[in-house]
Design a protein around this ligand. Structure first.
Ligand SMILES: CC(C)(COP(=O)(O)OP(=O)(O)OC[C@H]1O[C@@H](n2cnc3c(N)ncnc32)[C@H](O)[C@@H]1OP(=O)(O)O)[C@@H](O)C(=O)NCCC(=O)NCCS
Length: 257
């Protein structure tokens, strides 16, 4: 399957949630720069734990983004679950991954989110292990030292295969791929980064090469390269194969500008 590199703009959660199949994975993008009225409406949907966590953030800009992020997540999940945004509750994994609580219903819904700057991505599907990441392409201080610490030899060789001026972007791309894998299993960057080796060579499709050194285990993972907006790169990792990926931009909520 050819990985999508851009996001469609013609889909809404309401339309895609009808007939949401077991093999479908949807990735939504949205701006976090919502209107004041929208922000107030979102704040009213948050649970006490979310309000408390957001209240502890020092910078007002962080509180605004976090409120928008959780509000948008609830808005999306409400559509898929047919419940009210404020009714939803989350459980948290040992490294903080939020999930919808389990039900006896076999059609359990899973999700994962990532944000960078004012951009939010939300991945939704029936796959228990799915993770998404996004990063703004920007200068990263001492990126080569970070790569030496965090990446495998194969990944470092992949980055070196790029012309010098493109290596920093290749570093960010590789980072998003590994972080998406780690988020899929609900772990943390420093505890589980080394478990996954991903492709990063020029012209090479995104894929997981090794999981705990094992190629066969890696073959049971799907990795998608995402270019959700100019200046941003991202990745979606899903355990299993044969997924049908759809991407969309939330249109119901316009940014301020
Ligand atoms: C999880 C982690 C990879 C997220 O990276 P990040 O670049 O800061 O943030 P992103 O924008 O990619 O993703 C944030 C979202 O991921 C989700 N998330 C949080 N923890 C997660 C985890 N362990 N796995 C998957 N998803 C997670 C949340 O939805 C969060 O959004 P929120 O701010 O609305 O709650 C990173 O913070 C990390 O490595 N954490 C490890 C923490 C840890 O090990 N804790 C141990 C506790 S004892």
């Amino acid at each position: 399957m050819t990985p999508p590199t851009t996001f469609r703009t013609d889909a809404q959660p309401a339309s895609v949630s009808q007939g949401f199949g077991d093999s479908e994975i949807h990735v939504w993008k949205s701006t976090l720069d919502v209107s004041d009225a929208q922000l107030e409406a979102f704040a009213r949907t948050l649970g006490p734990d979310e309000q408390e966590r957001i209240g502890r953030l020092r910078a007002e800009s962080d509180r605004i983004r976090a409120t928008a992020s959780r509000g948008l997540l609830r808005h999306i999940l409400a559509d898929y679950t047919g419940r009210q945004a404020a009714e939803l509750s989350f459980t948290y994994g040992q490294a903080g991954k939020p999930e919808l609580p389990g039900t006896a219903d076999s059609a359990r819904l899973y999700f994962n989110t990532a944000h960078s700057g004012d951009l939010l991505l939300v991945a939704v599907g029936r796959a228990p292990f799915l993770g998404v990441d996004v990063e703004r392409i920007r200068p990263v201080a001492r990126w080569d030292r970070v790569a030496q610490r965090a990446f495998s030899e194969g990944e470092l060789r992949g980055i070196e295969a790029f012309p010098r001026e493109s290596r920093e972007e290749a570093f960010i791309t590789c980072w998003t791929r590994k972080e998406a894998c780690v988020k899929a299993i609900g772990e943390g960057v420093w505890s589980a980064f080394s478990r996954f080796e991903v492709s990063v060579e020029p012209g090479e499709p995104a894929r997981v090469r090794l999981v705990d050194g094992d190629e066969a285990a890696a073959a049971n993972w799907s990795l998608y390269h995402l270019e959700p907006a100019p200046g941003f790169v991202g990745a979606l990792a899903v355990q299993g194969t044969g997924w049908r990926l759809r991407t969309g931009t939330l249109q119901t909520l316009e940014g301020k500008s």
